[in-house]
Design a protein. Structure first.
Ligand code: FAS
Ligand code: PHB
Length: 396
């Protein structure tokens, strides 16, 4: 924002984006006494209406606990010690707790965002919502700036650093010269049709389904609110999927017990999300640093997207705190440190996606390989441990 005289305001870190990455970073910096302003293009309400992730790694939970933002999470979150794999008639439980000593917590990204927004406002920190024409400039100098319009006036923020937490379609990564960046991408030839419904979840634990008709996922947000996904063609349109058609197709993909236990009801949200793997390297350009979906995307099969944003900002906050204490080595190491964990999560998310989705281009041989991998997973403690330690989240 600028003063009434149009002079730029000054802050230490300007954060672009008020999703999980931006809000978590803002809270971590605020706790360390570092001033940060968040500039968000959407309204608070719009950001809170987006239905996205549902599973938190223990590392993400521990960060929220350190910030004192985990009270509702502990009251309403569902601790899960295992996940289920379902294929045809059979089901295999992966004992996350027994194999790794760790678990995951089912607690919607919407609720994490709400808790962080409330904590930010309670701490008196500034978030500018509905900022228009946001741009970033001079990040190759010591005086980077974030500019935007709001209420018909031009605003200018001078800062020491810009944190690009503005997601895959944001302005920050796109402001970096393509010649300074290497990107890696795989776009999957299918999407996820997701439904949210106020119905009792089909199971107490998540069920990841391999079926010849396509992947399905049975998840939840609470004991009375379910979240379901089915793999669909990218040509599909939500309008072509009335509730009854969705429930019938989901039921076709479930094993006998889940077929019996499925409770259907009116959808309260329905959307189709494309799936891609994407990484931009490096994640630092002078005084502009990327975090979260602004730097990488994973297919949601491994429940890593939100959790990678959390580990990115854990590293970034440590680097910025060290900088303001006079040491800049951590800032120089931020990108390589974050990318090391990002690529392991990219691999795991790709592996889960290739294991469980119908891949028409891979033909009958590809399907036999998937079935062999699932059979090996069911019969090997070592294979289950490898899956479990990635699912609960590798160490920071
Ligand atoms: P976000 O995209 O959440 O936040 C970026 C913020 O920046 C947004 O509020 C946006 O409005 C703002 N912004 C964008 N451009 C801007 C600009 N120019 N100026 C100012 N602000 C700007 N992950 C899972 O783990 N499980 C899932 O099931 C799952 N489902 C998903 C479904 C969809 C449709 C999508 C898109 C993602 C899904 N994800 C899922 C991944 C998702 O949870 C992300 O990983 C997570 O939101 C990452 O958080 P951020 O990096 O903060 O990015
Ligand atoms: C969800 O509940 O939205 C969810 C859970 C696990 C995933 C993806 C999405 O892997």
């Amino acid at each position: 924002m600028s003063t009434a005289l149009g002079k730029p305001v000054r802050t230490q870190v300007a954060i672009v984006g008020s999703g999980p990455a931006g809000l978590l970073l803002g809270q971590l910096l605020h706790k360390a006494g570092i001033d940060a302003i968040i500039v968000e293009q959407r309204s608070r309400e719009y950001v809170l209406e987006r239905i996205r992730a549902g599973v938190l790694e223990q590392g993400t939970v521990e960060t929220l606990e350190r910030l004192g933002v985990a009270k509702r999470l502990h009251a309403e979150g569902l601790v899960h010690d295992g996940v289920q794999l379902s294929f045809g008639e059979g089901r295999q439980r992966i004992d996350l707790k027994g194999l790794t000593g760790r678990n995951v917590v089912v607690y919607g990204q919407t609720e994490v965002t709400r808790d962080l927004m409330d904590a930010r406002e309670a701490g008196g920190a500034t978030t500018v919502y509905e900022a228009e024409d946001v741009s970033v400039a001079d990040f190759d100098s010591n005086q980077p700036r974030v500019r935007y319009h709001k209420d018909g006036a031009a605003h200018d923020i001078q800062c020491d650093f810009i944190a690009g937490c503005d997601g895959f379609h944001g302005v920050c990564r796109q402001s970096i010269p393509a010649s300074s960046m290497q990107t890696y991408e795989r776009v999957y030839p299918f999407g996820w049709l997701g439904v949210l419904s106020d119905t009792k979840p089909v199971s107490e634990e998540l069920i990841y389904v391999w079926h010849e008709r396509g992947f399905a996922l049975c998840s939840m947000r609470s004991p009375t609110r379910s979240r379901y996904y089915i793999q669909c063609s990218l040509a599909e349109r939500v309008e072509e999927w009335p509730d009854q058609r969705f429930w019938e197709e989901l039921r076709r993909r479930l094993d006998p017990q889940a077929k019996r236990d499925l409770v259907t009801g009116p959808s309260i949200e329905k959307s189709i999300a494309p799936l891609r793997s994407f990484v931009a390297e490096p994640m630092r350009f002078g005084r502009l640093l990327l975090a979260g979906d602004a730097a990488h995307i994973v297919p949601p099969t491994g429940a890593k997207g939100l959790n990678l944003a959390a580990s990115d900002v854990h590293y970034l906050s440590e680097a910025l705190i060290a900088y303001y204490r006079g040491a800049s080595e951590e800032l120089n190491a931020y990108s390589s440190r974050a990318l090391s964990r990002i690529w392991k999560a990219e691999r795991f998310s790709w592996w889960m996606t290739m294991l469980l989705h119908r891949l028409p281009d891979d033909g009958p041989f590809g399907q036999k390989i998937q079935q062999a991998e699932i059979a090996y997973l069911c019969g090997s403690r070592a294979a289950q441990t490898a899956m479990a330690e990635n699912y609960v989240g590798l160490p920071y």
